[in-house]
Write a protein that binds this ligand. Sequence first.
Ligand code: TF8
Length: 335
Amino acid sequence: MKKLVNALAIALALAGIAGSVQAADYKPRIIRFGYGLAEDSNQGRAVKFFAEDLAKRTDGKMKAKGFASASLGSDTQMQNALIGGAQEMMVGSTATLVGIVKDFGVYDLPFLFNNEKEADAVLDGPFGQKLAAKLQEKGLVGLVYWENGFRNLTNTKRPVAKLEDLQGIKLRVMQNPVYIDMFNSFGANAVPLPFSELFTALETKTVDGQENPVNTIQSSKFYEVQKYLSLTKHVYSPWIVLASKKWWDGLSADEKKVIQEAAVASREFERKDSREAAIKAVDFLKQKGMQVTVVSDTELARMREKAKPAFDKFSAEGGADLIKELQGEITKVRK
Ligand code: TF8
């Protein structure tokens, strides 16, 4: 008798689960999800996680298909494809959104966040959400922030241990005025280029160096064309997962909800995975022959001081309150 009751209870529970899947309004959908890094990168692993998670949650009805290595275009090209409705989803640096919502430049000001915990709290909290919401009227839906990571410098010219070592180095930066101003004020010669053109630019020595998190230096094989790595952690760089607003508006409430849930799950996966990978990456890069320089706190403080013009310009161009607000949020987490 007890067994029968148990079996019945299980059967009822299963029917309940099946019923709730059936009741949800999911249409068969293919989602083109583009990104700039290699499939075998922290970005690629997280896109794969998202796709699997979404399929699980929707009984295989909603399928996200990842397109790695900028095969659908550079960050800015994909952003435009999303706005036009020609592509459904993407992930890329917040820094490349400044042409659409200028405020995103605030994250690129150097030495704001001391650690990942501060970044998570600010990005997932009201500040990060408010900024993401500004994308809506431009045709984009900002779903979640992932971690790109703290950025570090590489180059072929010389070890960079202090500001003066950067003098005259042709350094590729993202297409974003804050980066251009910052590195020019450091004495480098900043060259804005899309990420998709970076490896070739390094290989052909069009530029001498670049800056990116250690995970990317590994997954994009920059160690093949770069000798010196300086651990500067000058900017904490977020990624943002975006959806096309045009497409999003045509989804049912259930579909929006399940994508949001899968996006949040992917965020948790991605941050943990990226952080684990970053711990191992420096040793990997050393093994590949890179010479690693740890930049002293005194030198980092000098860099912060030198970067003041980038702050001043961002402030003068209407960003003063935004900087204050962001710094206020960081202070709250620090307490
Ligand atoms: C850069 C960024 C890129 C990311 C990636 C393409 O240096 O850090 O690695 O935006 O999504 O351009």
